[in-house]
Unconditional design. Structure first.
Length: 247
């Protein structure tokens, strides 16, 4: 581990997650409280219409290191960008609201295992990764989609859409100040920007558990995501990828 306590922000984008969020927060709190780390859990509410904010506020009364950051509804990418840029921690960990990765995997994203990396991204692919309970059709469609992403925009990253990624403070600020995509394909843009900036990316094989309640649907969202991926490719080629948002 790095010198001194880990300065960590776990960033959870959440849209209408009142059912799944309580168990996720409880598991994370149990794991983090057992470690001598300096940490926060930052839940970025993406304009939820259910009781998501109240769930976070309830847990924050028990554990004040839980932070509710409320944002207008933009999409997952917009929520992640807002959380990454508001956080001030040395390490900023993107975590899906369903916590489909065991919390015990989190140290694998930190030094010393990722000592030389600016960004560490979880991967459900490879010999050391483990998928639990995933239907073969879901796995097959996911692999086809990732193949398309690699062919269009980012080669050599086997699982761009895994919802668990660690950024150093410098990498988070440099990347997310330039991310423009508010939807599901923000991961592709963020990684393409990181590549263009010359940042070092480590791939971390993880244990991942299929959750049937996932809000992303390849059959519903794939065409919109692929459109955004093509835009990332075009901007990378014309040199505008690092230009950032134009408000």
């Amino acid at each position: 581990m790095s010198d001194g306590p880990v300065n960590l922000s776990v960033i959870i984008p959440a849209f209408n997650e009142e059912r799944r969020l309580p168990a996720t927060l409880e598991r994370l709190i149990t794991f983090l409280e057992a470690r001598d780390w300096d940490w926060e859990i930052r839940v970025v509410d993406d304009g939820s219409r259910d009781g998501t904010p109240q769930v976070v506020e309830h847990h924050s009364t028990v554990q004040p290191r839980i932070v509710l950051q409320q944002e207008p509804h933009r999409g997952k990418g917009g929520a992640v960008r807002a959380g990454m840029l508001r956080a001030t921690a040395r390490y900023r960990f993107l975590c899906d609201a369903d916590l489909s990765m065991p919390a015990s995997e989190l140290p694998r994203f930190l030094p010393p295992l990722t000592q030389d990396a600016d960004i560490a991204i979880g991967s459900r692919e490879g010999a050391e990764a483990r998928r639990v309970g995933e239907p073969w059709r879901r796995h097959f469609s996911g692999r086809v989609f990732n193949w398309a992403i690699q062919a269009i925009a980012i080669k050599g990253i086997p699982d761009t859409q895994c919802g668990f990624k660690m950024f150093t403070a410098d990498a988070a600020d440099r990347v997310f100040s330039r991310v423009t995509i508010d939807g599901w394909a923000f991961d592709v843009e963020a990684l393409a920007i990181a590549r263009a900036l010359g940042l070092r990316i480590a791939i971390v094989p993880i244990e991942w558990h299929y959750r049937p309640e996932s809000q992303v649907s390849l059959s519903r969202d794939a065409w919109r995501m692929l459109r955004d991926v093509w835009q990332v490719r075009a901007r990378a080629r014309d040199g505008s990828l690092l230009g950032g948002r134009r408000e």
